[in-house]
Design a protein around this ligand. Structure first.
Ligand SMILES: *[C@@H]1O[C@H](CO)[C@@H](O)[C@H](O)[C@H]1NC(C)=O
Ligand SMILES: *[C@@H]1O[C@H](CO)[C@@H](O)[C@H](O)[C@H]1NC(C)=O
Ligand SMILES: *[C@@H]1O[C@H](CO)[C@@H](O)[C@H](O)[C@H]1NC(C)=O
Ligand SMILES: *[C@@H]1O[C@H](CO)[C@@H](O)[C@H](O)[C@H]1NC(C)=O
Ligand SMILES: *[C@@H]1O[C@H](CO)[C@@H](O)[C@H](O)[C@H]1NC(C)=O
Ligand SMILES: *[C@@H]1O[C@H](CO)[C@@H](O)[C@H](O)[C@H]1NC(C)=O
Ligand SMILES: *[C@@H]1O[C@H](CO)[C@@H](O)[C@H](O)[C@H]1NC(C)=O
Ligand SMILES: *[C@@H]1O[C@H](CO)[C@@H](O)[C@H](O)[C@H]1NC(C)=O
Ligand SMILES: *[C@@H]1O[C@H](CO)[C@@H](O)[C@H](O)[C@H]1NC(C)=O
Ligand SMILES: *[C@@H]1O[C@H](CO)[C@@H](O)[C@H](O)[C@H]1NC(C)=O
Length: 527
């Protein structure tokens, strides 16, 4: 145990902290001892489940404001006393939260267990946008939206590096960022706008095309409103199950995992299920799958379409959880509430907040019965008003590349909230600008994986270690292992491949439960 580090854990050690554009309001530093936590991989995405035992660390909280903006941002950093590995691992947020909530703390527990100094920021936001989005009806708190969108991210990196330097006497050898969903958006924003903030970035299921994604989150509900039909969850779950059965084998292996989601979307027609009799708990007996249920599933899979027939977003894939009842306890897009006998739509809060508070700028605004044209107008207005503040779509990564940065991203093909095609599209745009993309950015599609976690696939828990080897030793990441749960309920090893390659079972090797029988090949054209 380093006595000098123990003694250094006091506010005076960090009193020289200075950040451009910020005024430090207070610094707290207190030793935490005998700290233990269990960390599931679901909280750290690209790193394995781990246990933190009896940790000793310096817990530093910095409060600061951007003078003139009337904000108060909190960052919390944990600097290990005993096992510091010389590196910083900053963590991201989720949903509307920039950080400083249970998922971020879970990721920090994991980072600490591995010897990293680690840091999170709340970007100056309370957890729900209900309490910060509007300064008054009609007037959005643009500074806080900007904090969330980008500014707090660079502050977090700057503060993290300076705290490490003050405490250990030198800055981190390498700095990393790890996040999923909102955290994935933050990750891409960092690569795009703050190219020297981190050496290595791991971006999971990024909510990066925010102003397109948030209206899409409401599309299934809008579609139900326009149709005047609110199917039972059991109907949608039956359609999902039928899509998985029908599409499972399209990738050559029947294991409960839909590997070729493009072919599934192209070939599986939910209309064919209309009239099928199913048992339905919420209906109290047997029902037939309705035309409305088929149309809602189809609309959710095909993405947002404007009144004049233009597609404005991708959709989540057939087989992903439409009702939030089967996988990871997260929000879902086509939820209905049938407790009163007839069903009503139950839109996802994240999307409702966007349209109500930021676009309509009116907490009383009613989204439950918009015409198609009104919905289109609000979606478009959101893009116009906030695209540059919150979207992380810029495909020009030259500055990040030239600074030596490396980035990996992954996206579950069974993501139930964010269409995985978004991330493919972003990757393709970066590739079209940078023919050398393979030298600094690799993306992995994860068949069967839900939003950040859940579904029939585990997350790619070795990917962060591969990112580190890329940053530190120049070894670019190839295939990365995952485990899927097969139809019999047993764990099967699989690999994920750097996109556009994908995992294929070697026909001669033949045994799909042997990892060595899988290899990365170019995607076969769907017929
Ligand atoms: C350390 O924490 C464990 C439980 O987490 C507790 O059983 C033990 O008494 C604590 N030890 C000290 C010295 O506080
Ligand atoms: C916990 O860590 C402290 C500080 O490193 C050490 O003195 C103590 O022996 C550890 N306790 C256990 C039960 O490992
Ligand atoms: C770190 O310090 C902050 C502020 O004092 C406190 O809210 C938080 O609970 C502390 N974290 C731990 C793990 O002790
Ligand atoms: C519904 O459940 C009942 C009772 O278990 C069973 O008899 C019936 O065959 C089921 N119907 C369908 C369509 O599965
Ligand atoms: C499914 O959606 C696509 C795209 O909006 C549309 O072209 C097609 O007609 C829909 N199919 C059904 C069965 O509703
Ligand atoms: C469903 O609707 C009922 C009646 O309005 C309400 O009490 C309940 O909280 C709703 N359930 C969910 C999950 O929204
Ligand atoms: C929704 O709007 C339509 C057309 O404006 C109207 O006919 C319908 O009654 C409204 N439904 C509800 C539930 O308000
Ligand atoms: C880099 O290579 C060295 C020497 O082979 C090895 O000890 C170290 O673990 C590697 N680091 C990473 C992050 O892979
Ligand atoms: C897959 O499961 C095995 C056995 O539980 C475990 O050792 C391995 O770390 C897992 N791999 C991944 C990538 O999660
Ligand atoms: C495939 O490999 C697994 C794991 O080694 C083994 O248990 C199983 O028997 C093999 N199946 C066939 C058909 O060879």
């Amino acid at each position: 145990m380093s006595v000098s580090l123990l003694n250094a854990c006091s506010p005076e050690t960090f009193s020289t902290l200075s950040v451009f554009g910020a005024e430090i309001l207070s610094i707290n530093a207190a030793l935490v001892t005998n700290y233990s936590a269990s960390v599931p991989d679901a909280y750290r995405f690209t790193q394995p489940t781990t246990e933190l035992h009896n940790a000793t660390f310096c817990n530093i909280t910095v409060s600061y404001t951007h003078p003139g903006q009337d904000d108060n941002v909190n960052v919390e950093a944990w600097l290990p006393i005993n096992n510091f590995n010389g590196r910083l691992q900053a963590v991201g947020g989720g949903g509307w939260v920039a950080g400083g909530f249970f998922l971020s703390y879970g990721a920090m527990n994991g980072a600490l267990a591995d010897g990293y100094a680690t840091i999170t920021t709340n970007a100056g936001l309370p957890e729900s946008p209900d309490s910060w989005a509007l300064l008054s009806p009609g007037n959005v708190n643009l500074h806080l939206l900007q904090n969330l969108g980008s500014v707090s991210l660079n502050d977090q990196a700057t503060i993290g590096k300076l705290l490490v330097k003050s405490f250990y006497g030198k800055g981190p050898e390498y700095s990393y960022f790890n996040g999923c969903s909102q955290g994935g958006r933050q990750a891409l924003m960092l690569a795009q706008r703050y190219p020297t903030a981190y050496d290595g970035i791991a971006a999971g299921a990024p909510a990066s095309p925010w102003t397109e994604l948030f209206p899409y989150m409401l599309w299934a509900q809008q579609f139900m409103n326009m149709l005047g039909a609110y199917p039972y969850g059991c109907e949608l779950d039956a359609i999902t199950a039928a899509a998985v059965s029908a599409c499972d084998g399209l990738d050559g292996v029947v294991d409960g995992v839909v590997g070729d989601t493009d072919a599934c979307l192209a070939h599986f027609d939910p209309l064919g299920l209309v009239g099928t009799v199913i048992n339905c708990t919420e209906a109290g007996g047997e029902v037939q799958i309705s035309p409305g249920a088929a149309a809602v599933a189809n609309a959710t899979w095909h993405g947002t379409v404007t009144a004049d027939g233009k597609q404005t977003s991708y959709g989540i894939t057939p087989g992903s959880d439409l009702t939030g009842r089967s996988s990871n306890g997260q929000a879902a897009l086509a939820v209905t509430n049938c407790t009163t006998g007839s069903c009503v739509g139950a839109p996802v809060d994240m999307g409702v907040h966007w349209i109500k508070l930021f676009v309509a700028r009116d907490p009383e605004f009613d989204i439950s019965n918009l015409t198609h044209a009104e919905f289109d107008r609000l979606a478009h207005l959101g893009r116009q008003m906030y695209g540059s503040l919150i979207d992380a779509n810029d495909a020009d990564l030259a500055a990040f590349r030239d600074a030596g940065g490396k980035m990996v991203s992954f996206h579950g093909l069974a993501d139930n909230i964010i269409p995985p095609k978004n991330t493919e599209k972003y990757y393709n745009e970066v590739a079209s600008i940078h023919p050398d993309i393979d030298n600094f950015y690799r993306h992995y599609n994860a068949p069967g994986l839900g939003h950040c976690w859940g579904g029939v696939s585990g997350p790619p828990t070795n990917l962060f270690a591969q990112l580190r080897a890329w940053v530190e030793n120049g070894t670019a990441p190839g295939p990365t292992p995952v485990n899927i749960t097969d139809l019999e309920g047993s764990l099967q090893p699989r690999i994920l491949c750097p996109y556009p390659r994908e995992a294929k079972l070697d026909v001669e090797c033949g045994n799909s439960s042997v990892a060595e029988c899988w290899s990365c090949t170019a995607k076969a054209k769907a017929c």
